[in-house]
Write a protein that binds this ligand. Structure first.
Ligand SMILES: CC(C)(COP(=O)(O)OP(=O)(O)OC[C@H]1O[C@@H](n2cnc3c(N)ncnc32)[C@H](O)[C@@H]1OP(=O)(O)O)[C@@H](O)C(=O)NCCC(=O)NCCS
Length: 290
């Protein structure tokens, strides 16, 4: 494969921690709200590729996360507005795909990124609704008898990894502990058995609730109770929840005052993922993490 682009001398090399400021400038240029700390977390947990121009400036990025030996996700996929439509985005994704081989790869994509992914064998598997706002009304949600919410503890990590992996079909044994380092968590407990959980962490302009994992329940009451816990603690603060449209939480979130501000397609290559339907991922951790 040539190491340059036909329109300009573009080189491709590993993304390093020294590229975080340049990555942040790229995401700001396309109006993404990531903070340098969000990039730092992304860079620490992934392996990435940077596209650089003849002067050495970073003009494109794509980071990849490996989940066990079977799956991966690609995110922070950005080409500077001045360098789009030149094939740089395709080259970034093709390089990752070659390295990831037979793994199942998840992305969240829209616009020309989605069109590009579809030409590379990614297939749509559902829409994610992005809800966010600060003027929400924290609701009271009752849990089934015998179930309660409690703080998560260090001993819960293996169970959280298990639930998160089954719900997403992605091996979360590496990334979930990394998320726990930067997040707070609440667990749904029935007689000492941890049934579900929701994490809450700083992200972009405010905070994000996710992942939210719970068993199916009438009217999605368990997922709603987990989300409501965090909303009640942070009334008036800017909060974001990214939820799969098919799970039906959107109307409820809208009703609370967390409007649906954007949609993105979840696409999978070499799928499907081995999702276990007894655990449901009601909100994703982030679009980049699959
Ligand atoms: C999505 C994104 C990364 C694509 O990067 P890119 O470098 O423009 O991608 P490419 O040039 O490889 O391909 C994009 C388009 O340019 C076209 N193209 C590629 N090479 C071309 C060339 N030499 N001449 C004309 N068009 C070309 C491709 O066919 C593709 O067309 P499409 O938009 O109709 O699908 C970029 O648009 C971006 O940063 N967008 C904002 C952030 C974002 O949405 N990220 C993606 C989330 S999935």
């Amino acid at each position: 494969m040539p190491d340059s682009n036909q329109h300009e001398a573009i080189r491709y090399r590993a993304f390093t921690p020294d590229d975080i400021a340049a990555g942040h400038a790229l995401s700001s240029a396309v109006r993404w709200r990531h903070r340098p700390d969000d990039w730092r977390f992304a860079a620490q947990t992934s392996s990435g590729i940077a596209a650089v121009d003849a002067s050495g400036a970073v003009v494109g990025t794509a980071l990849a996360w490996k989940f066990g030996v079977e799956a991966a996700s690609i995110g922070m996929f950005i080409v500077s507005p001045e360098h789009q439509q030149l094939g740089i985005g395709r080259e970034l994704i093709e390089r990752h795909i070659r390295e990831l081989g037979a793994r199942t790869v998840v992305m969240h994509a829209i616009g020309s990124g989605l069109a590009l992914c579809e030409t590379l064998g990614f297939e749509k598997t559902g829409t994610i609704h992005q809800h966010q706002g600060a003027a929400f009304q924290p609701p009271l949600v009752s849990l089934p008898p015998g179930e309660r919410l409690r703080p998560i503890g260090a001993n819960d990590t293996p169970r959280l990894v298990d639930l998160a992996s089954r719900a997403s079909g992605l091996d979360r044994s590496a990334v979930l502990p990394q998320l726990l380092d930067v997040a707070s968590g609440i667990a749904l407990d029935r007689d000492g058995e941890l049934l579900g959980f929701a994490l809450f962490r700083r992200f972009g302009d405010g905070h994000v609730i996710g992942p939210v994992v719970a068993p199916d329940s009438p009217n999605e009451s368990r997922a709603k109770a987990l989300i409501s816990y965090w909303l009640a603690l942070h009334a008036g603060m800017f909060v974001r929840v990214d939820t799969p449209a098919r799970l039906g939480l959107s109307t409820w979130l809208e009703g609370l005052g967390l409007p649906h501000v954007d949609s993105i397609e979840r696409v999978v290559r070499n799928g499907p993922l081995p999702v276990d339907a007894t655990s449901i991922e009601y909100a994703i951790a982030s679009q980049a993490l699959g």
